[in-house]
Design a protein around this ligand. Structure first.
Ligand SMILES: [Zn+2]
Length: 436
């Protein structure tokens, strides 16, 4: 990676941060207060060094595993096959594994303190239908395949991190759960992460989400969103003989035109997207039904609520307009409804939180700079409940997410893996005793 710097002074400063963060600090107000002498040994901890040094000589192995994982189709709700392979990789990395009722694959690295848990998670599902060609085309450090970066990079990072920890015989203070979670994309509606947070809620201290590539950002603000489906139905009929009968597609178009003229503020930033529209059976039939799906997002929950009710009003108005203009009301009327398909709550990580402090210390150690972002990720769920959480990329570079041309380049990947490892150890702490 370009821009990497590593002067002695910076390293020493970063090490001091990492040492202090490695302690299981409970007070947010004094994250740097040295409360246990054991923490001061982290920079001298040969195991932390050994774990960090594991990545560089094993990058080609990591790349191979990423290709292997990516070539197993895993659309949301059909992740079982990929989960089984990830479970196997977790077990080989020495983790105690299970697949929970929701389908999440979990690998436990037991800490000294089993009552406190840190989750490091990467979603294993993709947006691609099961028949998509997911074969990986490789050219040097570059790989091209749907899902290779989002989230092949994050999933393989879980495996690489667990391997590095195993190699170094590192034992954390807090128990660390490596989680390949299901249902992050689209209508999965974060169901995997919801289940994890629900199961471990009382013990869960922090969640680090690995999603996609890069090291240039840290998502600390959860973008709230809702997904809605509008459905309009009618009696249907023949294009010629039943002309004048209310038409659900017409009604949906009328309602859609009203909706897309809704004014949204630039700040708080608020967006909408009609992403799918379907209906009808043939060109010469008045359709029985028509429906559309809308994604709305906002930095403000109030704006989100306003936009949702605007959609409901517009669809109702579109159906009424269509019925009023229909010449023949004796042939039936339209019914309509708007349903919530999914909702992702918002939230925000405090700038003085332990987790962000740990990430910043890790950034400093590896010589990385990252900007804070707002986005819709698995971190929404813990953040909305006041649990510390971030989402970061797992290193290297990638692009074309959610497209068939998606690519990943592993050059510089070790920086992202080291950054993730130090962040996790920073929030979990490292045990003094060796774990063998
Ligand atoms: Zn993703």
């Amino acid at each position: 990676m370009s821009g990497k710097r590593c002067c002695n002074l910076a390293v020493k400063r970063a090490l001091v941060c990492v040492i202090l963060l490695a302690m299981p600090v409970r007070s947010v107000a004094t994250p740097h207060a040295p409360r246990q002498p054991q923490g001061s040994r982290l920079p001298d901890n040969a195991r932390v060094r050994a774990a960090l040094d594991w990545f560089t000589p094993h990058i080609s192995w990591v790349n191979d595993q990423q290709a292997r994982i990516t070539e197993i189709p895993a659309p949301s709700f059909q992740e079982a096959h990929r989960a089984a392979v990830v479970k196997e990789l977790f077990a080989e990395a020495g983790l105690a594994t299970q697949i929970d009722r929701t389908g999440n694959v979990i690998g436990e690295l037991r800490g000294v303190n089993e009552k406190e848990i840190v989750v490091v998670a990467a979603h294993i599902d993709t947006v691609f239908p099961p028949d998509t060609d997911v074969r990986v085309h490789r050219d040097g450090s570059r790989m091209v395949a749907p899902g290779i970066s989002d989230n092949g990079t994050g999933v393989v990072a879980l495996v690489a991190l667990a391997r590095a920890v195993q190699f170094a015989h590192l034992k954390p203070q807090r128990t660390v759960l490596f989680v390949g979670d299901v249902g992050e994309e689209g209508e999965g509606n974060l169901r995997g992460m919801r289940a994890i947070v629900d199961t471990y809620r009382g013990k869960l201290k922090a969640v680090v989400v690995l999603d996609g590539s890069g090291t240039d950002h840290v998502t600390t603000k959860a973008l709230a969103s809702r997904r809605l489906e509008a459905l309009i139905t009618g009696p249907g009929g023949h294009s010629w003989s039943d002309f004048g009968m209310p038409n659900p597609i017409n009604a949906l178009v009328r309602g859609s035109v009203r909706f897309i003229n809704t004014k949204v503020p630039a700040s708080p930033r608020t967006t909408f997207n009609i992403g799918q529209i379907e209906g009808g059976t043939s060109v010469n039939s008045i359709p029985h039904e028509a429906h559309l799906k809308v994604d709305i997002r906002s930095e403000s929950e109030d704006e989100l609520a306003r936009l949702e009710s605007a959609l409901r009003d517009c669809i109702a108005a579109g159906a009424r307009d269509e019925m009023e203009s229909a010449g023949d009301r004796s042939k039936g009327k339209l019914e309509w409804k708007v349903e919530l398909l999914g909702s992702r709550p918002g939230g925000e990580l405090a700038s003085d939180s332990q987790l962000l402090t740990a990430l910043r210390a890790a950034d400093e150690f590896v010589g990385n700079q990252s900007r804070v972002e707002r986005s819709s990720t698995d971190a929404n769920i813990p953040l909305s409940l006041g649990i510390e959480a971030i989402s970061i990329g797992a290193g290297g570079n990638g692009g074309g997410a959610h497209s068939l041309q998606e690519w990943y380049d592993s050059a510089g990947r070790e920086l992202g893996l080291k950054r993730a490892l130090l962040t996790i150890l920073g929030i979990s702490g490292v045990a003094e005793e060796k774990s063998r």
